[in-house]
Design a protein around this ligand. Sequence first.
Ligand SMILES: Cc1cc2nc3c(=O)[nH]c(=O)nc-3n(C[C@H](O)[C@H](O)[C@H](O)COP(=O)(O)OP(=O)(O)OC[C@H]3O[C@@H](n4cnc5c(N)ncnc54)[C@H](O)[C@@H]3O)c2cc1C
Length: 459
Amino acid sequence: MTGAFQRLSGWGRYPVQECRVFRPDRCADVCPPILAREGRTIVARGLGRSYGDAAINGGGDILDYSRMNRMLAFDAESGVLECEAGVSLAEILDVFVPRGFFPPVMPGTKFVTVGGAIANDIHGKNHHIEGSFSQFVVQFTLLTATGEIMNCSPEENGEVFWATVGGVGLTGVILSAKIRLKRIETAYCWVDYLRTKNIDETLAAFAESDRNYEYSVAWVDCMAKGPALGRSVLMRGNFAARAEAPAGRRDPLQPKPKHGKPVPFDFPGFALNSFSIGLFNQVFYALHPSRERQWVDFDTYFCPLDSVHHWNRMYGRRGFCQYQVTFPIEQACGLTRLMERVSQSGCASFLAVLKRLGPGGPGLLSYPSEGYTISFDLPMRSDVVPLLREFDQGVLEHGGRLYCAKDAVALPETFAAMYPRLDEFRAITELLDPQGVFSSSLARRLGIVRPKAGGMAHE
Ligand SMILES: Cc1cc2nc3c(=O)[nH]c(=O)nc-3n(C[C@H](O)[C@H](O)[C@H](O)COP(=O)(O)OP(=O)(O)OC[C@H]3O[C@@H](n4cnc5c(N)ncnc54)[C@H](O)[C@@H]3O)c2cc1C
């Protein structure tokens, strides 16, 4: 199988780098690109929904796993689905929602693969109650740099399991996985909307009543200043029971299909300025008054942005950075300071997303840890990289950490300080991959894997 040279980026379209891409669609084509290296490194890629450079490999190779998307087995008793790692959550939803099952963790988009979900140990709006994706992974098979296929679960090859979870593709290629789906009676949630006046009210609402909701998220107006800093719309919900479905509705497990609209072209740079984005934030806030028990279909509640295909074009050709960090609960003042800096900076962002995370799991490089996580987008400009690095210092001072799935600019020393188990992770990858076959642009930028003397490195 031959690879094709292509300029590739993450969802933020920054950075863009040339990679050689292999796109296997059958098992026999997966091993050869890993074993025949010709001095180049390789990393797997799913649907490319990481924003920065986690799934690109400038000057190296990419194993695009998205066509390896067969469902292999399903046990309706336990809810365990076995599938190839290129299966997306969108495909799981299509097949399993009508049968009364739902992915255990849903990020803000359904266009992510199971392999990508494990490699970033993704979290959803239910992290405070149910934890991250890895909690629902029963087992996966991993193709390592030597061509060995390992079965990994918390019980079998547990060290490799917990290194691969959140390990951004650096332990090998996840070939297939068994994941536990959750049962649902309807495809709808009862959602309560709460509009808050500022960040203190927002955090108080999270602290007081989050445990009453399976899912919770706040959209924050990050252009608001002064006494309105951090004003938000909290959207918190629980799946509805079948008996609660309003009379006369269609089958509650078969919601009306949604047809998204595309953004047909890159927006020109001048369309995004603090005025237009500030206006958007204000309108959003004004249109969402507090109200209770709204009957909302899962697509609208979990993945509202998916209804606008290629919405990343709204940030223009230069792309954008998404910044996502977590602060421990007792360091929420760090979050407030960060929001002040964002609103002062004039680096406009559409709404920011704020969630409360529960305790972290055992994944060596898993992002989720107990606290408040915030994410926002900054259109790429020359001052964005120094600004984000300045934000990183503030996050570090408050004991926080950044999320690899979003990052494109952090420095290695920042990452090492935020992830104290990095050396344990390196020790495992050095045993699994002594030649340094697996690498990515993110791995080199953040120094996650050390370049091998006389071995493979790019840039
Ligand atoms: C609109 C939007 C909303 C989002 N919301 C959330 C959210 O709420 N919570 C959250 O946690 N994340 C969120 N994300 C990020 C997203 O969930 C992760 O980046 C996820 O990993 C993307 O999956 P992917 O299949 O596109 O993987 P890619 O982005 O292609 O790859 C991600 C990482 O996984 C590795 N990888 C992919 N496939 C394999 C494989 N088969 N074997 C080994 N490694 C592999 C890659 O090397 C890379 O390091 C969001 C992204 C978008 C665009």
